[in-house]
Design a protein around this ligand. Structure first.
Ligand code: NAP
Length: 482
């Protein structure tokens, strides 16, 4: 089963920060893959823009090297050559006058115009203003902005205001690349495309839900940024929040941008405040498996968390009484993103075996995307009716064949959605603000209390306190396993 490729309209995509890490690592290799897949039309152009003084030939050489370095497979030389012909470069200063006239001459009026702000958020306002001042945009032009979208509610509001001064909400595409993952979209397909799950998807049948995003990597080269951010801002406020929304939201009336985003917003607004004893922060220590977080960020007194586990309730008709346990961390035992729905015990067992049997639905987002449903069956053999729990395991690769598992990177999908004008997988301004409004008091509480994160070993499952938190509720975390 091979996925269908529908070419998009001709476009000019300007990448501000076109020489930066994100552009070289993700955006440009992603565009190259879409080109190879036949999704980029002949008239499409990508225009890199940054302060570095170089010409288009020089930029094409930079992009060639980046695509070779960051593609999983060695790119076909002829295809790469053809792709590079679609590229242009303009030296530009977001904060000055350099380059804007040249860019205005280059960008065409008769194609979709998209402007990717792949630069730090401190430049968003300057870019928005200059785009407008130089007449580069019209009602149909789009801008794409990267995370982090603010570091608290006030800064997110201020960014929203800066962009709203020149663009309508319909023109603003706020990226959370998690939403572009194939398997994350599958969450909606599983929930709303099957009769089986939705009738049970509520507090009457669901005991609790766990959402885990575990990474094996540390902060790497992002130490300086991460030390000011931490897992709560870097992962929970955006990626885990989005997963929580997709798993908890009401069915939208249609699979349309505002219908989906309205439902997600309602979930965020219904989140309870998190009690301090329902949250555990952690920070990895040095071991033979790796350096300590503090050494990696170069601050021996850092109190930034590289791990968070928390329990939160959703005060609405569907979920009141069902806790959601979220956790994410770096340098954990395995790289794994998984959502687990643990159903309640039967209210009456006719077998009287005394065992505790629960159905557990586990949706693995990465790696080995698939679904496992734990069911109770009779233990095979003679000797009476004894029950055991077994997993019904469906890996999407097994079910669809390797070719059927879509390898499209999240960025590729999202950029094509920008060109198509589909905002379903992008965060709306009010959603981002609501997420910060929930996150801010938690972070302020830590700061006020001088909270010190609990140490945990590299390659472990995180701090023991997180295990205790669930044990107090007579529950256990799923194993962090690949
Ligand atoms: P980066 O490597 O530092 O690149 C920044 C880019 O912006 C460079 O091309 C730089 O080129 C350009 N730039 C800086 N000042 C400029 C100015 N005044 N006018 C025009 N261009 C300017 O940063 P990055 O890692 O690519 O990140 C870009 C954005 O994406 C950031 O907001 C980051 O938080 C976000 N992000 C990055 C990643 C990632 O994996 N890297 C992941 C998620 C989000 P010149 O210096 O030549 O101007």
């Amino acid at each position: 089963m091979v996925s269908r490729v529908i070419p998009v309209q001709p476009f000019d995509l300007v990448i501000f920060g076109g020489t930066g890490d994100l552009a070289r690592r993700k955006i440009l290799p992603g565009l190259f893959r879409r080109f190879c897949a036949g999704q980029m039309p002949e008239k499409a152009r990508v225009i890199g823009a940054a302060r570095a003084d170089m010409d288009t030939a020089g930029y094409r050489a930079v992009v060639r090297d980046a695509i070779i370095e960051f593609s999983d497979e060695t790119p076909d030389d002829a295809s790469l050559g053809k792709f590079l012909e679609h590229l242009e470069y303009v030296p530009i200063d977001a904060r000055g006058e350099t380059g804007w006239r040249e860019l205005a001459k280059l960008v065409r009026a008769d194609v979709v115009r998209a402007f990717y702000f792949s630069v730090g958020p401190s430049l968003f306002a300057d870019l928005a203003e200059r785009l407008n001042q130089h007449g580069l945009t019209d009602e149909d032009s789009r801008i794409v902005v990267e995370k982090p979208f603010g570091r608290d509610l006030d800064s997110a509001k201020s960014l929203n205001r800066d962009l709203a001064a020149f663009f309508h909400e319909k023109q603003i595409y706020r990226i959370d690349h998690y939403l572009g993952k194939e398997t994350v979209q599958n969450l909606m397909a599983v929930r709303f495309g099957n009769m089986l799950f939705e009738p049970l998807w509520n507090s009457q049948y669901v005991d609790h839900i766990q959402i885990t995003v575990a990474e094996t990597v540390g902060v790497g080269g992002r130490g300086e940024y991460y030390d000011k951010s931490g897992a709560m801002r870097d992962m929970v406020q955006n990626h885990l929040m989005q997963l929580l929304c997709l798993i908890a939201m009401e069915p939208p009336s249609k699979f349309e941008p505002d219908a989906v985003r309205d439902e997600k917003l309602k979930v965020i607004r219904a989140l309870d405040e998190v009690e301090p004893h329902h949250i555990v922060r952690g920070q990895y220590e040095a071991s033979e498996k790796g350096k300590a977080f503090r050494d990696e960020v170069g601050d021996s007194r850092s109190r930034t968390e590289s791990y968070v586990a928390l329990k939160v309730g959703i005060s609405n008709w569907r979920w009141a009484g069902t806790p959601f346990y979220l956790r994410t961390g770096k340098r954990l035992k395995a790289r794994s993103s998984e959502i687990t729905v643990v159903f309640k015990e039967l209210n009456h067992s006719i077998f009287g075996d005394g065992g505790e049997h629960r159905n557990v639905l586990s949706i693995r987002l990465q790696p080995n995307e698939g679904i496992t449903l734990g069911v109770t069956i009779k233990e095979p053999g003679l000797g009476g009716m004894r029950l055991i729990d077994v997993p019904l395991d469906m890996s999407f690769a097994d079910a669809l064949g390797d070719e059927g598992v879509d390898q499209t990177d999240a960025y590729e999908r999202l950029i094509m959605d920008v060109i198509r004008g589909n905002q379903t997988l992008f965060m709306r301004g009010d959603e981002v603000e609501a997420a910060w409004a929930w996150t801010d008091p938690i972070i302020r509480g830590w700061e006020a209390r001088g909270d010190v994160p609990k140490p945990y070993e590299c390659a472990s499952e995180g701090p023991g306190d997180a295990v205790q938190m669930l044990a107090r509720d007579r529950r256990v975390w799923r194993k962090v396993s690949p």
